[in-house]
Ligand binder design. Structure first.
Ligand code: ZN
Ligand code: ZN
Length: 162
């Protein structure tokens, strides 16, 4: 037992603590490295462990470095309005919110087919669900800044930028 070791995060596979200023690995798939899931792995081997359950076709382990100190990340959350998996650089605190698919797959597929006659990969639902979660987080902050306890449609106005 080494419970006294100051750890930054725990490996998502083997639960071994990952210290500060330490090397760790994340999955290149955005649904794995997103703020809500935030898988971190102490080794490439531990990253490989999550693959069978994760069901992704193309994935890579990305080497990262944990922060040097336990600086609070409050107020630095930013919306990045793209589903680019390259935005894996912010290991934010793991909030306990359920990570479920929020998209009605059949309707989304119908929409894309109607617009483009294209098919839709199943992973799109995960990416879009993350996007919805990000948008909701931002709307929650807007509602909170307004002193409201209800998220309103106008809290999503930042989405109507074009
Ligand atoms: Zn591990
Ligand atoms: Zn993954």
């Amino acid at each position: 037992m080494q419970t006294e070791t100051p750890a930054w995060r725990k490996c998502s596979s083997c639960k071994k603590p990952i210290g500060f200023n330490a090397r760790y690995y994340v999955c290149s798939v955005s649904t794995c490295n997103g703020p809500r899931t935030g898988y971190v792995f102490c080794s490439v081997g531990c990253w490989e462990v999550h693959l069978p359950g994760a069901r992704h076709k193309d994935a890579a382990a990305i080497e990262m470095k944990s922060p040097a100190t336990a600086a609070p990340a409050e107020g630095t959350r930013r919306i990045i309005a793209s589903a680019s998996p390259a935005s894996a650089s912010s290991p934010s605190t793991s909030a306990a919110a359920p990570r479920e698919v929020l998209i009605v797959a059949s309707r989304l597929k119908d929409y894309i087919t109607a617009r483009s006659e294209m098919n839709t990969s199943a992973n799109v639902m995960d990416v879009l669900s993350d996007f919805v979660r990000l948008a909701c987080d931002r709307a929650i902050e807007n509602a909170r800044a307004d002193g409201r306890k209800t998220v309103l449609d106008r809290d999503f106005q930042f989405l109507r930028h074009s």
